[in-house]
Design a protein. Structure first.
Length: 676
């Protein structure tokens, strides 16, 4: 979920900031910052584990206590990596970090100790110390967003100015204006909005409990084993190599929930292999971008926005997961078909990667991964246990099983009996969990400033009036306006804030216009996921193009082509709404129709049916028209015959593509043999 830009090196990927400036830090400073980071990380992890076990104090008090700790963690992490203020001398950067940490610790400690009095005795009559502590945390979060999320920082400044000087704005969006004291209290001390509101509480509780599962799998090497397994499968057949990107990303996406993080994890392995197999660099980067984007869609961890959706709709997280499987499968099968057809076009079947055999540890890690996915589905779907409780059960089961396996492995090998080998997985777990959860919490706390501004100024109501007027003209226009609005927001913000803004500003009025809530919120969810791809600021494409050493702009354009299933799903939500309205059996038939339409559109774009250019273009055009018609006509007497025709065309395309690829490969091998 946490996003971090990385750069490719011969040894793998390293954080860009560390490569840029970390090497000029004094060793003692890095060591001191690292020790302090792990100390605070242990406290942060222990505090959350204690809360998960007891629920002591409730989520609001938890946020008041741990949001400042998350800030301290982020500052120490940036300091040890040389990323806090890389253009300043290291000692100056360290001095600034110490000031920030001291302010965060003092303000956080005061608000935590005075928590009950602030919420009861002094509510509405806060003293100067209360105001100073709240204002200090607001300023620290704004500075954090300036360094990490510049568009979000600018948006917050504009909204704060709008809160105070709204009286100068004429028309529908004008208001009487509010005092600076009101800005501080609404964004911190009131706790129902702002820094400590429901969003950071969600990051620390529900989402944090799922990050536990990801962190323990990553700490013990299960993610590496997934990638190794995908490459091993590809090594058995050259034609499967391009699918390794899909398979590896599919596996990692199920527990990562972040397109950019997924790309950084899997791309360093899959992109070089795709390039060596004959696929051009831009195409290789685009393939990894498309498959990594699925990290936002794939259950059981569908990205931050899915957790937020459950909270906005007032349903259990499993209700989201149960409906999310159909869109995710449609997306991945669509991308997989596109990859297969592209591989055939570029004759990417001659390179076989040299991958070592899966060891006992890798096989055990893969079993642990499969058990984690099955466990989450079992507890949430069959036993109907709360999502947070389900994630905790899976985490503790993984912790016990993986720890036993680790001890057995160390006992069997004398070389691995050193303490560092025993501690390394737990160190990796603590670091992953603390970093991801703290960064997410700070992002959501910063978003709390946005929602506070929206709430006290009534922006959603004003926008809603505009949408109601548009809806009176044409409902399709409302859907298009929502997409354009979400697209513009997504150009500058990660998926989570994009979803929040669309859900707060647009969704209620789309629902009041007569659309089903599941349609609307899944639509907002898909728009938010598309935000990681939307030009000109695609974070995922930035990561993959850097790994592939390819053009960022061309990668982004090709990635949109590869991610066409995502856009098709947005349309399908309104033509085949049953895809997400009811989980299970009611999804099967509409899901199958949407899948066939998606595969048909992909085939019409990438397949080769005939050696004759005119005939090939004619067949592809007809197939495209039939597929779009299937997508647009949810009437079964029309849809079923269309689906059969499209399915037959897809089958024919696969046969001709396979035969053509085999013939071209044989010809290439004959030419190579004659040349030697």
């Amino acid at each position: 979920m946490a996003q971090q830009t990385e750069r490719s090196t011969e040894e793998g990927t390293v954080p860009e900031g560390e490569a840029r400036s970390g090497n000029r830090q004094p060793a003692w400073l890095r060591t001191a910052a690292t020790i302090a980071f792990y100390g605070v990380a242990l406290f942060f992890t222990a505090a959350l584990l204690y809360y998960y076990a007891t629920g002591a104090g409730g989520p609001t008090q938890l946020a008041v206590g741990l949001v400042p700790v998350a800030y301290v963690l982020a500052a120490l992490d940036d300091l040890r990596r040389g990323e806090l203020y890389p253009r300043l001398p290291p000692l100056v950067s360290a001095a600034i970090a110490m000031v920030f940490i001291a302010v965060a610790a003092a303000a956080g400690s005061y608000l935590f100790v005075e928590f009950d009095d602030i919420r009861t005795v002094r509510v509405g009559r806060w003293n100067e110390t209360d105001m100073l502590a709240g204002a200090a945390l607001i300023v620290l979060l704004l500075e954090y967003s300036r360094r990490k999320y510049v568009p979000l920082f600018v948006l917050n400044l504009l909204l704060i100015a709008y809160v105070v000087y709204g009286g100068f704005i004429p028309g529908l969006f004008g208001h009487s204006g509010m005092s600076w004291d009101r800005v501080v209290t609404s964004m911190s001390l009131e706790t129902s909005t702002g820094v400590f509101e429901q969003l950071p509480q969600l990051g620390l509780t529900l989402i944090g409990s799922f990050i536990l599962v990801l962190a323990i799998l990553r700490g013990f090497g299960a993610i590496d084993s997934i990638l190794k397994g995908a490459q091993r499968l590809a090594s058995r057949s050259p034609s499967l190599l391009p699918q390794a990107a899909v398979i590896g990303s599919f596996g990692v996406a199920a527990v990562s929930g972040s397109g950019a993080a997924n790309a950084a994890t899997t791309g360093s392995v899959t992109i070089p292999a795709l390039i060596r197999s004959g696929i051009p660099r831009v195409r290789a980067a685009a393939i990894e971008t498309a498959t990594s984007l699925g990290g936002q869609l794939m259950p059981p961890l569908m990205g931050i926005a899915a957790f937020l959706m459950a909270d906005f709709m007032g349903v259990s997280y499993f209700d989201i997961v149960a409906r999310g499987f159909a869109p995710a499968i449609i997306y991945f099968l669509g991308v997989s078909l596109a990859v297969y057809l592209l591989a055939a076009r570029f004759n990417a079947a001659g390179y076989v990667p040299d991958v070592e055999r899966l060891g006992l540890t890798d096989k055990a890690n893969l079993l642990a991964y499969a058990a984690a996915i099955a466990g989450l589905i079992w507890f949430m779907g069959v036993q109907r246990a709360p999502a947070m409780q389900s994630a905790q059960r899976v985490f503790f089961a993984l912790l016990v099983v993986l720890s036993v396996m680790l001890v057995i492995r160390l006992l069997r090998s004398r070389e691995l009996r050193q303490p560092r080998h025993l501690l390394a997985p737990y160190q990796g777990f603590v670091e992953t969990f603390a970093r991801m959860t703290s960064e997410l919490t700070l992002l959501l706390a910063t978003l709390g400033l946005v929602t506070a501004s929206f709430t006290i100024t009534g922006v959603p109501t004003a926008v809603g009036q505009v949408l109601v007027e548009v809806a009176s003209i044409n409902l399709v226009l409302v859907v298009l306006v929502a997409f354009v609005f979400g697209y513009v927001v997504g150009m500058g913000l990660p998926p989570a804030p994009t979803y929040i803004i669309v859900a707060v500003v647009i969704a209620p009025f789309m629902i009041s216009a007569g659309l089903d809530p599941w349609q609307v919120h899944f639509y907002a969810f898909l728009i938010a996921a598309f935000g990681e791809l939307s030009p000109p600021t695609s974070v995922t494409a930035a990561v993959t193009s850097k790994i592939a050493d390819a053009s960022f702009t061309r990668t982004m354009i090709r990635a949109i082509e590869m991610c066409l299933p995502l856009l098709i799903l947005m349309v399908a939500l309104f033509t085949w709404p049953e895809v997400v309205q009811e989980p299970g059996v009611p999804q099967l038939l509409p899901g199958a129709m949407v899948l066939v339409a998606t595969l048909g559109i992909i085939t019409s774009l990438h397949a080769v049916f005939s050696g004759s250019t005119t005939r090939n273009r004619t067949i592809r055009l007809v197939l495209g028209i039939l597929s779009v018609s299937l997508l647009a006509h949810p009437i079964l007497p029309i849809a079923l015959p269309l689906a059969l025709l499209v399915a037959a065309a897809i089958f024919l395309a696969l046969r001709t593509t396979r035969a053509r690829a085999a013939a071209e490969l044989a010809q290439a091998r004959e030419q190579a043999a004659s040349g030697t």
